[in-house]
Ligand binder design. Structure first.
Ligand SMILES: [Zn+2]
Length: 354
């Protein structure tokens, strides 16, 4: 079986007006460059998937009509600010629909069994977009729209979302906070030190969704070892017990140690391990399927090597990336992470076994 890669040069046509905006078209140009350098698209284990445009129905199943119309009109008027960080250009509305549609097409190909798993190299990203609000470079919540699409169009009952972006996916949490059909697990930099300031361990969901929203905030400068410890102690057993029919990964590479926007300290080794783990978890899903969608990531090497190693692991390409790990104090963060993990296990033991 092959791994699908969703990509289109049209994704370069969302252009935040400020030339220094970190969520720039350059991000995708860099990713495409490294994949070409490693001949990834020529590999028989890889299949290029053309994205489709998400329908208004797909988007409105998750977002308010007011937000949909706001993004549409702002783009039609030539662009403008939706919040201080989130700037639409003339084609942003169409490209945001193509980003959401890219993730939908990625899951659709997996469900149909054309590919085993898929990586959607898309922008603008999505995980900060709430039901009613575009924020944090995000207009529509691509992963949430795809999760909802699976529930509605493929009659699934259980979809798991693992969010590894350095920022908390407040939008995804907001959309599924009262749902037991979508499990949301996020590892992110401590909200006291990082945008958007949400994602505390106490936020476990409401109503039917109680226990299906899991936040794992980690201290700045957390390195591979404690990060993977948190993945293996909390995310893995919960996803395993949830028995998802499909897994979606919100993949931000701003956890990389050289990222200019945030302060985590992961290396490519962590991404390799995360995707090896998700692939293993996905063997219990229908068709072994899972889809990864690009969220953030603002350093050249983090984006290039992070995406490369993730796709390599998903497809079994066997690409190795060597790098010297950052020199940080492992012990202090390990102890802190252990405390967070213990606290979480305590509050989540009403819902999950550890
Ligand atoms: Zn981020």
């Amino acid at each position: 079986m092959t791994t699908g890669i969703v990509y289109s040069p049209e994704y370069l046509e969302h252009i935040p007006t400020r030339s220094t905006h970190p969520e720039a078209r350059r991000r995708l140009i860099l990713i495409k460059q490294i994949l070409d350098e490693y001949n990834v698209f020529a590999n028989p284990l890889i299949q290029l998937i053309e994205p489709k445009t998400a329908t208004p129905e797909d988007v409105l199943a998750v977002h308010s009509e007011k937000l949909f119309e706001l993004v549409k009109h702002t783009s039609e008027e030539g662009g403008g600010y939706l919040d201080p960080d989130t700037v639409a250009s003339q084609r942003t509305f169409e490209i945001a629909l193509l980003a959401a549609g890219g993730v939908i097409e990625a899951v659709e190909q997996c469900v149909q069994g054309t590919v085993e798993n898929s990586f959607a190299i898309i922008r603008p990203p999505g995980h900060h977009a709430t039901k009613k609000r575009a924020m944090g470079f995000c207009f529509f919540n691509n992963v949430a729209i795809a999760a909802n699409y699976l529930l509605k169009n493929h009659e699934m009952d259980r979809v798991a979302i693992l969010d590894i972006d350095s920022h908390h996916g407040n939008g995804t949490q907001d959309i599924f906070y009262d749902s037991s059909e979508v499990l949301y697990i996020s590892l992110h930099q401590d909200p006291l030190t990082c945008y958007p300031g949400t994602g505390y361990i106490e936020d476990l969901g409401v109503g039917k969704g109680l226990g299906y929203n899991v936040n794992i905030p980690l201290r700045p400068l957390t390195t591979d070892e404690p990060y993977l410890y948190a993945v293996n102690e909390i995310a893995v057993p919960i996803i395993d017990q949830f028995e998802p029919e499909f897994i979606l990964v919100s993949a931000g590479y701003d956890t990389y140690y050289r990222d200019p926007l945030t302060h985590m300290a992961l290396t490519t080794y962590a991404y390799k391990e995360i995707f090896r783990t998700v692939k293993e978890l996905s063997t219990k899903c229908k068709n072994n399927a899972f889809v990864t969608a690009l969220e953030g990531g603002y350093s050249q090497r983090g984006l290039q090597m992070g995406v490369l190693i993730s796709i390599s692991e998903m497809a079994g390409l066997g690409i190795e990336v060597e790098e010297a790990p950052p020199e940080e104090n492992h012990d202090i963060n390990y102890e802190y992470t252990q405390k967070i993990v213990a606290k979480l296990k305590n509050s989540l033991s009403a819902f999950w076994n550890f």
